[in-house]
Design a protein around this ligand. Structure first.
Ligand code: URA
Length: 436
């Protein structure tokens, strides 16, 4: 077999065989297929798509490109979650300890933020001393002892995804449904998940811009999981406006802490309870969704979820005093309120522009590996549908640099649209598909 023949076949819109897909993935991971051929292959897939069978084969080839964990000696049913990425999406920080506190161990490997979306690992690094890089042995030990782990993706798990993603990121081939589906599901399978809750974001602040695209991605991932005997639920949720109020690393950790302590913005809390309820049901801890929801609410109300988060932070070397007194987390020097330019109803608080404002402040990166500023970010005070008066604060910007602050203000001005007539609030969840 030759890589060039496989590229040409896909370029011409033909269906690849299981062996061809495996040959390409294995050759690429071993370094026998160079980046330029892999990039051409990714672009061919981007334009021609893949059949469900090809996507499933790509997923499996990527999942088995490295180590595949078996965690059944620790948890009878291994449950995991994954978000397709958004702005203000700090759900894992709450849901992992929450589900663990309700009796289901969760070890989650997460990514870093890229472009306008944030990443759980960056957020956790706002906490002094927090170790995001754990060996597989450390991961297993903490999962057994604490029941909850939040760490970076191990380099041994699905290495094909890491290599492909780095190329996709610089070749304009990220927003491809088969490539995203295979990327996400290969990591979940390599991490040993039996039950997976997928949070598929849709809107201007997500990779999937339309409900049809989000539905197609969700369906593909559910089908791949089901074909591989995994139980999968996909929740299609809104990302036209940021989730919760905080966007930016330390600010998001603060909001997650507030939520774990029984406070926090209502849309974010609601989203966490929904995802947790699905995880508890899919993981066999709750009989149905309403029992899962009750268990999750109890774990929040009793303080058990908060205690679990403290235990997780302590186990990973984080400064517990900082999360007990979140004002000790990194803080920015310049804090400025952005007033509403008009009176009326908020028709848009665009997540994409708010995410780009956070990047402009230094909360995110435009290139892989860039350093970020954990202290900076934005608090979003009002949601779509709200009535606002001229001059009332819409955002509070936390910045460390005047020039960056001015750039962020430009993005935030473009994020907002105000109209005279009433606007309905945005739905929180559009659809739930899969094993429901
Ligand atoms: N998240 C992933 O893990 N992979 C993608 O390709 C896109 C979002």
């Amino acid at each position: 077999m030759r890589a060039v023949d496989i590229i040409e076949k896909k370029r011409d819109g033909l269906e690849l065989t299981t062996d061809e897909i495996r040959f390409f993935v294995e050759g690429f991971v071993r370094g026998e297929i160079p980046d330029y051929q892999a990039a051409a292959f990714l672009m061919a897939v981007y334009f021609q798509g893949m059949t469900p069978r090809e996507t499933a084969d790509l997923t499996l080839a990527m999942a088995y490109s490295g180590q595949v964990l078996d965690l059944h000696d620790i948890a009878p049913v291994v449950v995991d979650k994954h978000s397709t990425g958004g702005v203000g999406d700090k759900v894992s920080l709450v849901v992992v300890p929450l589900v663990a506190a309700a009796g289901l161990p969760v070890g989650k490997m997460s990514g870093r933020g890229l472009s306008f979306t944030g990443g759980t690992i960056d957020k956790l690094e706002s906490i002094r001393g927090f170790r995001v890089e754990l060996s597989v042995e450390e991961f297993r030990e903490q999962l057994r002892r604490v029941g909850a782990v939040l760490c970076g993706q191990s380099a041994d798990l699905a290495p094909a995804d890491g290599k492909f993603y780095a190329l996709r990121d610089v070749t304009g081939t990220v927003p491809s449904i088969p490539l995203i589906a295979a990327s996400i599901m290969s990591k979940k399978i390599a991490a040993g998940a039996d039950a997976i809750v997928l949070d598929v974001k849709v809107g201007n602040g997500a990779f999937m811009k339309t409900l049809d695209q989000a539905r197609a991605l969700a369906r593909q991932m559910v089908d791949i999981g089901t074909a591989l005997n995994r139980r999968v639920v996909a929740v299609i949720s809104d990302m036209n406006q940021p989730l919760g109020e905080a966007v930016g690393n330390a600010l998001e950790v603060r909001e997650a802490i507030a939520t774990l302590r029984g406070d926090g913005p209502s849309d974010f809390r609601e989203h966490c309870l929904t995802v947790a309820a699905h995880m508890l049901r899919l993981g066999g801890r709750a009989q149905d969704l309403s029992e899962g929801r009750r268990m999750a609410e109890e774990a929040l109300a009793s303080g058990a979820a908060w205690e679990k988060f403290r235990a997780l932070v302590a186990a990973q070397g984080g400064d517990v005093a900082q999360i007990e007194e979140p004002e000790r987390l990194p803080r920015a020097r310049l804090i400025r309120e952005i007033p509403s330019p008009a009176e009326g109803y908020l028709a848009e608080v665009r997540a994409y522009e708010v995410g780009m404002a956070a990047v402009a402040l230094g909360a995110g990166r435009t290139k892989k590996g860039e350093p970020i500023d954990h202290a900076v970010g934005i608090l979003v005070h009002r949601k779509v549908g709200a009535f606002v008066r001229r001059g009332e604060p819409l955002f509070t910007v936390h910045a460390n640099d005047e020039q960056r602050l001015a750039e962020a203000e430009g993005w935030l001005a473009r994020a907002v649209r105000i109209q005279e007539t009433t606007v309905l609030p945005l739905p929180h969840i559009y659809e739930t598909i899969g094993n429901i």
